[in-house]
Ligand binder design. Sequence first.
Ligand SMILES: NC(=O)c1ccc[n+]([C@@H]2O[C@H](COP(=O)([O-])OP(=O)(O)OC[C@H]3O[C@@H](n4cnc5c(N)ncnc54)[C@H](OP(=O)(O)O)[C@@H]3O)[C@@H](O)[C@H]2O)c1
Length: 269
Amino acid sequence: MTRVHDSGEDDPGHLSPEQKGNAAMAASFTADLTGKTAVVTGASSGIGHAIAEEYLRNGATVVGLHRRPVATHGGKYVPVAVDLGEPDQVRAAAAAVLREHRVDILVNNAGLNLRHPFEDFPFEDWDRVQQLNIRSVVELTQLFGRPMLERGAGVIVNLASMLSFTGGFTASAYAASKGAVAQFTKSVANEWAAKGVRVNAIAPGFIDTEMNVALVADETRNRKILERIPAGRWGTAEDIAGAALFLVSDAARFVHGTVLPVDGGYLAR
Ligand SMILES: NC(=O)c1ccc[n+]([C@@H]2O[C@H](COP(=O)([O-])OP(=O)(O)OC[C@H]3O[C@@H](n4cnc5c(N)ncnc54)[C@H](OP(=O)(O)O)[C@@H]3O)[C@@H](O)[C@H]2O)c1
């Protein structure tokens, strides 16, 4: 069992400090989120952490839903402890947040990948992946989306994957869940576009998050991956945060139902 949010194939490459600096510098787009409240799931690490930081930097209040305490977010950050793998906790957390906040932005970021050859895939693990990666996304979208519809304003961003498009290996539950995230995003976007609520997804490519550290050490597999990424480097969590800021900004006001690859060109290859 592996709790890894990779792209389902092969292994990560490695970013030099210089490349990481360039990636961070590239995320120089700004948006005025003053007065907005964003709920970000899985904000304790990786991509969710970077998105929370980006929204805070741009003036938002961020309510983070995750299990672990977060030490590094400061300012207008409100941590909420919840296991999104438990349906009752999903509903209770959403209700508690809605009692205290008017939520303008929802980012469904938390996710996990449990790997097994499909012929041996235990249904317990299959269900855990579906619960977190799609069922909690669906439920949070409905619970936070309803008040957005009443106000006629809101933005939702879901985290899809390269495995929304491709099948990968030994990641059938993850691929099925992320395929569902992409189609769910388009479906809800169609229903809510004319009602003032925009729904989109980001499909990250190979992103150098904490969970992929062990793979970075494998030079051979690292090289294989890098050969397949036209940009020639792994993505950073900040690369994804830049796209997540764009999608909730007014600059994206006519963007509905897109599944935006942020992958260094991987899918175009
Ligand atoms: N990294 C990649 O290469 C990549 C590629 C494609 C797509 N993605 C997607 O991007 C998203 C973020 O990935 P990441 O790489 O940043 O992963 P990560 O570093 O492992 O972070 C996952 C986050 O999800 C939270 N989480 C996991 N299980 C949870 C649960 N049961 N209840 C509440 N929170 C839970 C974790 O918080 P706690 O442990 O505190 O609960 C953590 O904050 C995921 O949806 C992933 O599928 C990642």
